[in-house]
Ligand binder design. Structure first.
Ligand code: CUA
Length: 337
């Protein structure tokens, strides 16, 4: 009568163990598993340290609790007792009760202490009078691109260029008419929300040349998944050259191949397709608006509320005239005649 019950629970246990074992290998497999990406900024280093410190206790608790559970299930199993007979009754153990109170308290104290020691190195922006200087960039998240505004006025979309080994202070925000986004370059530090009407602060110091990928980490609308960003780390000289050139192009209205192209790719292409063929937004390749600067400016500044199905956000409402010109010039060349 009882045999089928026991058989099916045995099958369930064996199944669960097999499933857990199958998960172990991928779980341990570096960045594709539960390990964080390799940090390349001091604040990201501190976050990774905290991660591994807590993971140590997590594994200790998991193995300890599950081990004792399995041992007790075995040690105090029914054996030949009748199914309805009580097992041995055990009351009180001061030593055991003290241990299962003090060990968790010690773990909580250790974790809290470690986190509070590491926190300033994660949160506090290094001061500007440090030897290396400090780069100031305003990061604006909007549906569905990231705009970077440098203190000299240079603008970039979705690709943040910075010098290597220098603290970069980011003021992260979103326009009043937009929604909340979240800035996140895993190798260069933790997440920080981009909230309409609020200025949040974060920083990083990239320790090596190259590019680092990131993504918007707050569900922000239909193209949230396309809201990717790249940090390009270059030498100080290369960076200065890029920044001066971008600014000069903006001011002389010749930024169509650089800023204009970035705006098309970042602000238009994610919804309308990189060839304007239509994606979640309508096809605009053949639309007269892309070549009429007045209509284009009005559309970018006001957006479009076509019913409630697919409204177009006012992606260019906060743009400078130079930014609008750059896009108009790019579109004219790309889709002209
Ligand atoms: Cu912006 Cu998700």
């Amino acid at each position: 009568m009882h045999a089928p019950v026991r058989k099916s629970s045995l099958v369930a246990v064996v199944g669960a163990v097999a499933y857990a074992l199958a998960l172990v290998t991928p779980a341990l497999a570096g960045n594709a598993g539960f390990a964080p990406v390799t940090p390349d900024s001091p604040n990201a280093h501190s976050i990774t340290d905290v991660y591994w410190f807590i993971t140590g206790f997590v594994l200790f608790v998991l193995v300890g609790v599950e081990g004792v559970l399995v041992a007790f299930v075995w040690r105090y199993r029914r054996r030949k007792r009748a199914r309805n007979a009580d097992g041995p009754q055990i009351h009180g153990s001061t030593r055991l009760e003290s241990m299962w109170t003090l060990i968790p308290v010690a773990i909580v104290v250790a974790v809290a202490t470690f986190v509070f020691v590491k926190l300033p190195g994660i949160k506090n922006v290094p001061s500007a009078n440090a030897a290396a200087g400090r780069l100031e960039v305003t990061v604006t998240g909007q549906q569905f691109s990231w705009q970077f505004t440098y203190s000299n006025g240079a603008v970039a979309i979705d690709r943040l260029r910075v010098p290597v080994d220098e603290p970069v202070h980011l003021t992260v925000t979103a326009p009043d008419w937009d929604v909340i986004h979240s800035w996140w370059i895993p190798a260069l530090g933790g997440k920080i929300d981009a909230i309409p009407g609020r200025l949040n602060h974060t920083w990083f110091t990239a320790r090596k040349l190259g590019t680092f990928g990131g993504r918007c980490a707050e569900l922000c609308g239909v193209q949230h998944a396309a809201m990717l960003m790249t940090v390009e780390v270059m030498s100080r000289a290369q960076f200065e050259q890029w920044e001066a050139q971008r600014l000069q192009q903006q001011e002389s209205r010749t930024a169509k191949d650089t800023l204009g192209q970035e705006e098309w790719t970042g602000s238009c292409g994610k919804c309308h397709g990189l060839s304007g063929q239509g994606l979640v937004g309508p096809s605009i390749a053949a639309s007269g608006i892309v070549q009429n600067e007045t209509q284009l400016t009005a559309l970018l500044r006001n957006g479009l509320r076509r019913g409630s199905k697919a409204p177009m956000p006012p992606v260019g409402r906060g743009w400078s005239q130079a930014q609008l010109d750059a896009l108009a010039a790019y579109l004219k060349e790309r889709f002209g005649s």
